[in-house]
Write a protein that binds this ligand. Structure first.
Ligand SMILES: NC(=O)c1ccc[n+]([C@@H]2O[C@H](COP(=O)([O-])OP(=O)(O)OC[C@H]3O[C@@H](n4cnc5c(N)ncnc54)[C@H](O)[C@@H]3O)[C@@H](O)[C@H]2O)c1
Ligand SMILES: O=c1ccn([C@@H]2O[C@H](COP(=O)(O)OP(=O)(O)O[C@H]3O[C@H](CO)[C@@H](O)[C@H](O)[C@H]3O)[C@@H](O)[C@H]2O)c(=O)[nH]1
Length: 427
């Protein structure tokens, strides 16, 4: 199939590479000239394991090509995948500016039939709205279909998730359009869920909102564990053994971040409110998440006394989670900001994230970051932090406090090195 993917970000670039890998001819278009110039020179703009190799082998054989002239890239293809950002606007609802811009570009070059696949995460009703928008522009109803095909990949495992999807959701107004979209994926094994468009749009928002709620639940429960001196790790194992609940997304920590969960929770709340529906449960999940970094600040204060100007804190991790360079809505950054507000002098280290926060010193290694620190906070779950030499950490720190913001470190090794381990929901 001849496919144009609009957007060369985390989703667009991954989708373009995977579809080329599946044998399709793919044009990936993005108005960001710098990004496209880099991609044409073999520079991958994001950190995603395996992506450079997949892009390279499909570029070399000509199945994957990159363009900054988006309309020109759309013209001549019979499928257009929209994979542009839908960031939160000021009222929390999804900002549809970039989606609209792709529709404008497509309308200008449509010739023959175009299947428009909405892969960006969009509010319920977007398929209907896009139909109306194109019709208003004078495009005939027979010249296009808009199909909802939400994406469920996770950053850091994007290629695996795309090649082994648990489900392929296709929301279409009629069977022919759904069939056409399924043709892109017929070599994949995931369960195909065919729905109407609004249902598909809500499956995406519903999934992310459920995951966010599950995380806020376990984080809230970890606060109760702290109060009662119980170990949340054991509690989570016991809860998760109920197959109706499951173990995934029961890992307590500094809260969920990233470009999706926080924004999709607020976008769903906003979409519901637009129809007069309140979602107090989701509002509470967002509230718990917003206050979760404060739990760690309180833990530091309980150990060090009031944090004051110049209290030296080392922070490991800045990305919103391990195996990505993405810092959008990173709780690690939120934590650093809250420590900065109290005057702390922070030295941070992340294996891939470059210095991002004014006033925070950036170290070249995990060990350099702890030099002279009164306390260390692990904020992102990079696996390399598990394998650190704790005796060396102790030798370099001026204090002894290690706060494990992901409950992932080996407490025994830390205590044997003469350091004090502080987890969350762990006595
Ligand atoms: N990041 C994820 O893990 C993930 C997973 C599933 C779904 N999503 C959803 O997918 C969408 C894209 O997310 P992302 O993280 O890839 O965003 P991103 O910010 O990484 O990339 C978006 C890209 O779109 C480009 N763009 C803007 N206007 C354009 C236009 N008119 N034509 C072509 N390209 C244009 C931008 O230059 C940018 O490179 C969002 O709706 C997001 O919610 C993201
Ligand atoms: O037990 C856990 C699991 C995750 N997290 C945190 O939750 C956030 C989100 O993690 P994850 O869902 O793995 O990352 P994303 O790449 O943002 O993926 C989510 O958002 C994507 C964009 O919509 C969806 O496609 C995915 O299905 C959905 O998992 C991160 O801050 C994690 O650190 C925890 O704190 N504890």
């Amino acid at each position: 199939m001849n496919i144009c993917v609009a957007g060369a970000g985390y989703v667009g670039l991954t989708t373009a590479a995977v579809l080329a890998e599946l044998g399709h001819s793919v044009c990936c278009a993005d108005p960001d000239k710098h990004k496209i110039k880099g991609l044409n020179g073999g520079v991958i703009p994001i950190q995603e394991p395996g992506l450079p190799e997949m892009v390279q082998r499909n570029s070399v054989c000509g199945r994957l090509r990159f363009f900054h002239d988006v309309p020109a890239a759309i013209a001549g293809n019979d499928i257009l995948i929209i994979a542009v950002g839908t960031p939160p606007s000021e009222d929390g609802r999804a900002d549809m500016t970039y989606v609209k811009s792709v529709l404008d570009m497509a309308a200008g070059v449509m010739n023959g039939h175009l299947t428009i696949v909405m892969k960006s995460t969009v509010p319920p009703g977007t398929g209907d709205w896009a139909d109306a928008y194109l019709l208003e522009k004078g495009i005939g109803a027979q010249e296009f279909d808009v199909v909802s095909n939400p994406e469920f990949l996770r950053e850091g495992t994007a290629l695996y998730d795309s090649l082994h999807p648990e489900r392929i959701v296709i929301g279409a107004a009629h069977e022919g359009a759904a069939e056409k979209v399924y043709g892109m994926y017929d070599r994949l094994e995931g369960e195909v869920v065919r729905t109407g468009r609004r249902e598909a749009e809500l499956i995406k928002y519903g999934s992310n909102s459920f995951l966010a709620t599950k995380l806020s639940f376990i984080n809230e429960l970890s606060r109760v564990c702290d109060a009662y001196g119980a170990d949340i790790t054991q509690v989570a194992i016991g809860i998760g053994l109920d197959s109706r609940i499951g173990h995934k997304f029961l890992g307590p920590g500094i809260g969920y971040g990233g470009s999706c969960l926080p924004k999709d929770v607020s976008a769903l709340i906003g979409a519901a409110a637009a129809k007069g529906v309140e979602m107090p449960l989701l509002g509470a999940a967002a509230g718990v998440n917003a206050s979760q970094p404060d739990i760690y600040v309180s833990k530091l204060e309980a150990e060090l006394g009031e944090l004051k100007d110049g209290t030296r804190i080392a922070v490991w991790g800045a990305a919103f989670k391990e195996d990505t360079d993405d810092i959008r809505s990173s709780q690690a950054i939120v934590l650093m900001e809250r420590l900065q507000e109290r005057g702390c002098a922070i030295t941070a280290y992340d294996p891939v994230v470059a210095p991002v926060l004014p006033g925070v010193a950036w170290a070249g290694s995990a060990l350099d970051a702890v030099q002279g620190a009164e306390a260390l906070v692990l904020a992102t779950g990079w696996s390399q932090f598990k394998f650190i030499d704790w005796k060396e950490v102790k030798a370099r720190m001026s204090g002894t406090i290690v706060v494990d913001g992901r409950n992932m470190l080996n407490r025994k090794l830390i205590e044997e090195a003469g350091l004090r381990y502080v987890g969350v929901g762990r006595p």
